[in-house]
Ligand binder design. Structure first.
Ligand SMILES: *Cc1c(COP(=O)(O)O)cnc(C)c1O
Length: 235
């Protein structure tokens, strides 16, 4: 299957999941998770109509930007971001989905102030409390957004989560539901620098469940590009 065919199939599955949940297909945006795929693959996905691209690694973001891989499509950062690399990401991407710790927020704020811009971000939630993953604990989110006024150069657009890899479909619904509830709680109030309109959850294996639980952005890699070749040398 070509990337073009895969995007069409994923779109159809998104539409089906949305309609089954009584939602409109266009409420769910498709972010292509482009890690380890080259500029040509990224261009094909964009031509096939993905809404945006999500990069995990700063080096790939820099390299593909240089190669004009994104063709003007929105680019998001979705991976773990080291604070010493914020300069290569802030102001270069439309959305940083993986704002996962206080120290990073402070670094993003400082860099956005330096550039004189407002950077859109999502707060990443470590919904299952996994040691191996970044992200705020669910109970940290409300106190954080209540005091977000101090991050004058950041704007929270919503939440992002990467739940555990699940073996059986439906297993992650409880986690998606928990993050939906949290985002509804935040969205119901008015906090400085917070405007909740994006809920980024769902990947190749579980996006239909995420859409059933209110996701407005799915991040899909394998189902579009095929399996990643982890044997390739890592940058
Ligand atoms: C790789 C990645 C995805 C996509 O994963 P697939 O299972 O290949 O669809 C989504 N989100 C993040 C943060 C990723 O790193």
């Amino acid at each position: 299957m070509s990337i073009t065919e895969n995007v069409a199939r994923v779109r159809a599955q998104i539409a089906q999941a949305a309609l089954a949940a009584g939602r409109k297909p266009e409420e769910v945006r498709l972010c292509a998770a482009t890690k380890m795929n080259d500029a040509a693959a990224v261009r094909e996905a964009i031509a096939a109509g993905v809404d945006c691209c999500g990069e995990n690694r700063v080096q790939e973001l820099v390299q593909k930007s240089r190669e004009n891989a994104y063709l003007g499509a929105p680019v998001h950062f979705i991976g773990r971001l080291q604070t010493n690399k914020v300069r290569q990401v802030v102001g270069k991407v439309d959305l940083i989905q993986s704002a996962d710790r206080l120290h990073l927020l402070e670094a993003l704020q400082a860099e956005a102030v330096r550039q004189g811009i407002i950077q859109d971000i999502l707060l990443e939630v470590n919904v299952a409390g996994e040691e191996s993953k970044g992200g705020f604990a669910p109970e940290e989110i409300l106190p954080l957004v209540e005091n977000f006024g101090r991050f004058s150069a950041l704007r929270v657009r919503g939440l992002m989560t990467v739940p555990p890899i699940c073996q059986n479909s439906g297993e992650n619904r409880k986690f998606f539901q928990e993050i939906l509830d949290l985002s509804v709680d935040i969205g119901a109030k008015k906090y400085d620098n917070v405007c909740v309109d994006i809920l980024s959850m769902g990947m190749s294996g579980d996006f239909a469940d995420a859409i059933a639980c209110g996701s407005t952005m799915v991040r899909v890699g394998t189902a579009i590009f095929g399996p990643r070749r982890y044997a390739a040398p890592q940058p």
